[in-house]
Design a protein around this ligand. Structure first.
Ligand code: GCB
Length: 575
């Protein structure tokens, strides 16, 4: 089985596509002698993402267990590979993709016991989310080394005082009590602009270049480099560890009706995405990723939400580099069963937020955390659940606003009192009043006005859209045609154009591209609400949205003409 990839779509075996249970990956690798013979080398096995429950062995010895996909985990395997007679190392990973009411996302295994209808032992995995439950090793599995005394973590926070950038840092070192830390911040030309020392400190950057979103400034996404050098002694020998972290200096604030980046109002005009493509499923793929970023640029999108789970770290790195603003969502999608609001689920959800914040806290592109998508937030226990979850997330990262995405009624939602920005999904004239584009304007106005009157918080239209089969044309528009998708978007835009002058701070189309789902009578081989096909070709609505986004960019940011050059090729990709 290739890695990274979902296992579901690479074979001709229908049973494997729908398989639920344990799958096993195994690989034998030969390690360099330096790794196996030098006890001052620490050897680490890192798994980028395993869906969902994973157990890991090295040379048959249990080294790690991890619950949940989409986030990395590691095991220190130094002792194991340094004690044996061999330079080889057998890595075995067992993965179980079963979802229960207490996993994230939750699910239920339903046994079909009626022997007159189903074979013996028949069961299905029920889920309450709308994407195919791809599984396997979705991101790279890596072996890497550090010295035994090493830089374990760095936390950066940035602020701005007039034209001075304030970069506060905190560095944690493992494996040594006595060490020295030197810190240098370099600008994009490689010039050292400020230096520091010690495990924490504040760097003052005179005449700082701020990190601006794409289309908001003529030089967006300015990144400094923080170089951290740790030196210590081990067994009488000098040891050092060195780490370079891109740093964007920017601020984020939320008022009762605005989302501010560097104290300027920011309007999200972007997309919701999925990690999804033909054959590889949710498997990481560089060409696909770069293509998607080129499409975002073509579209004039300045932002996206990582619906409905954390995306690969490489995605976040490109967002930093190109100024694409991110609402970073955890896999809290489809929390609708009352059992999923209990302590066991909450505890796991808190841990997942810890892992997510630890992984993504230093990305300037990430401006807000989303702790869930469309939970049953009207249920009684949802109040305590979201209060605890959001308070915990704010404690982990006081620098960013927190939200979850709701489709509950404004009058009964028990989670929204705790969010900073209200994110609302609605599908007027699609799931309700289907076929009636004329109801969108009054219904959308009522939606916005009700939420704002109740909470006086800024609002993002975090989803809206229509299923569209490319090549279906109907005028007057009929559902599933390209004209209907365009018509629906246009009706939403009329209201968004009024309300963005007041308190609506963003619009994110559902969805960037078509994506695979479970089979159902309402899904014609996956969800077709993409403005691009699954193969990343535009439907008519993509051109409509492109005109709109570039107009919005010109109104709210610096001046741009729709680029002739439709890729990020003006700035070289170097990794
Ligand atoms: C939603 C969900 C999203 C679905 C979408 C749809 O509200 O958040 O995951 O795919 O609607 O197309 O039904």
């Amino acid at each position: 089985m290739p890695v990274p990839s979902s296992f579901n779509d690479v074979s001709q075996d229908g049973q494997l596509r729908h398989f639920i249970g344990w799958v096993w990956y195994e690989r034998e690798v030969t390690l360099p002698q330096r790794w196996t013979q030098d006890p001052s080398t620490r050897v680490v096995l890192r798994i980028g993402s395993a869906h969902y429950y994973a157990i890991v062995w090295v040379n048959g010895v249990h080294v790690a267990e991890h619950e949940g996909g989409h986030l990395p985990f590691e095991a220190d395997i130094s002792k194991l590979v340094q004690s044996g007679p061999l330079d080889s190392c057998r890595i075995t990973i067992a993965i179980n993709n079963t979802l229960t009411p207490h996993t994230l996302p939750p699910g239920t295994i339903r046994y079909q016991n009626d022997a007159s209808k189903y074979p013996k032992g028949y069961f299905v995995q029920d889920i309450n989310f709308d994407f195919f439950n791809y599984a396997g090793l979705h991101r790279p599995v890596l072996l890497y080394t550090t010295p035994t005394a090493y830089i374990d973590d760095i936390t950066i926070n940035t602020d701005v005082d007039r034209d001075t950038g304030l970069v506060s840092y905190q560095i944690s070192v493992q494996g040594s009590e006595h060490f020295e830390l030197e810190v240098r911040l370099m600008d994009e030309d490689g010039k050292v602009v400020v230096q520091g020392s010690g495990a924490q400190g504040l760097l003052l950057v005179p005449a700082a270049h701020l990190w601006w979103p794409y289309l908001m400034h003529e030089h967006p996404a300015y990144l400094y480099s923080l170089e951290v050098r740790m030196t210590t002694q081990a067994a009488g020998r000098p040891v050092s560890d060195f780490y370079v972290l891109p740093v964007g200096i920017r601020t984020v604030q939320v008022t009762h009706n605005q989302f501010l980046i560097n104290e300027q109002p920011f309007y999200f005009h972007g997309v919701n995405k999925h990690e999804d493509s033909d054959i590889r499923g949710k498997g990481f793929d560089w060409p696909l990723l770069v293509k998607d970023f080129n499409l975002l640029r073509w579209l004039g999108a300045n932002s996206f939400r990582t619906s409905h789970y954390p995306y690969a770290e490489e995605v976040m790195q490109l967002c930093d580099r190109y100024g694409i603003v991110v609402i970073d969502e955890c896999p809290g999608v489809g929390i609708v069963l009352s059992q999923s609001f209990g302590n066991e689920s909450l505890q796991h959800h808190l841990e997942v937020m810890e892992e997510l914040v630890r992984r993504d806290k230093n990305h300037p592109a990430v401006v807000m955390w989303s702790v869930a998508n469309e939970p049953a937030s009207n249920l009684e226990p949802a109040g305590y659940y979201f209060k605890t979850l959001i308070t915990h997330t704010k404690a982990l990262d006081p620098s960013r606003p927190v939200t979850f995405v709701t489709n509950s009624n404004y009058a009964t939602d028990r989670g929204v009192p705790y969010v900073d920005v209200i994110c609302v999904n609605s599908y007027f004239s699609w799931y309700h009043d289907f076929g009636h584009l004329e109801v969108i304007q009054p219904q959308l106005q009522t939606q916005f006005e009700s939420w704002y009157k109740t909470y006086q918080k800024p609002i993002i239209q975090s989803e809206y859209g229509a299923e569209t089969i490319p090549g279906f044309h109907e005028d007057p528009p009929l559902m599933f045609s390209e004209e209907y998708q365009k018509g629906l978007l246009q009706q939403y835009h009329l209201v968004l154009d009024q309300k963005r002058k007041e308190y609506v701070v963003g619009e994110l189309i559902w969805n960037f591209a078509d994506f695979m789902t479970n089979q159902s009578p309402t899904r014609a081989i996956g969800n077709r609400k993409g403005i691009f096909t699954r193969q990343r070709q535009p439907k008519s609505a993509a051109f409509l949205l492109r005109d709109r986004y570039w107009k919005l960019a010109n109104e709210t940011g610096s001046h741009h003409s729709v680029p002739e050059l439709q890729s990020f090729g003006t700035r070289p990709f170097t990794f």
